[in-house]
Ligand binder design. Structure first.
Ligand SMILES: [Cu+2]
Length: 128
């Protein structure tokens, strides 16, 4: 095949691959607390909702404080009644910035990882 034809085909295949990847991967559609939000009290749990069903054995959330230390030894749970929903129960947390890192395996076989932060306002009550 000519070089020109090869370049054209390569471009078309690349475009197809990228566009299908963009549609097929699991993606978080909402999170509570929301990314970059400031909350006035310690949240009872982190909830992340995805656009695809998750594989419970390989779906995790880790929440770390500003020192990079994980705040709970509990594991995230995929909701048995809605397996697009991943939750992690939290202990009472003091004010400050927290990082939520999640890694999920969706039923399409892809692993998706992401991180976001939220902040608990200064002077927020310690209890949930
Ligand atoms: Cu995918």
């Amino acid at each position: 095949m000519t070089k020109q034809l090869f370049v054209k085909l390569f471009t078309i295949i690349t475009l197809l691959l990228f566009s299908s990847a963009a549609f097929s991967h699991a993606k978080s559609v909402s999170a509570d607390p929301a990314p970059r939000s400031v909350v006035t009290r310690s949240p009872e749990r982190i909830t992340v909702l995805f656009n695809q069903q998750l594989e419970p054995a390989y779906s995790t959330i880790i929440v770390t404080n500003s020192n990079g230390k994980s705040v709970t030894e509990k594991s995230a749970i995929v909701d048995p009644s809605n397996n697009k929903r991943l939750t992690l129960t939290l202990p009472p947390l003091s004010s400050g910035k927290y990082t939520v890192s999640y890694k999920v395996l969706s039923l399409d076989g892809h692993v998706v990882k992401s991180t976001y932060t939220f902040r608990i306002k200064q002077g927020a009550p310690l209890a949930n």
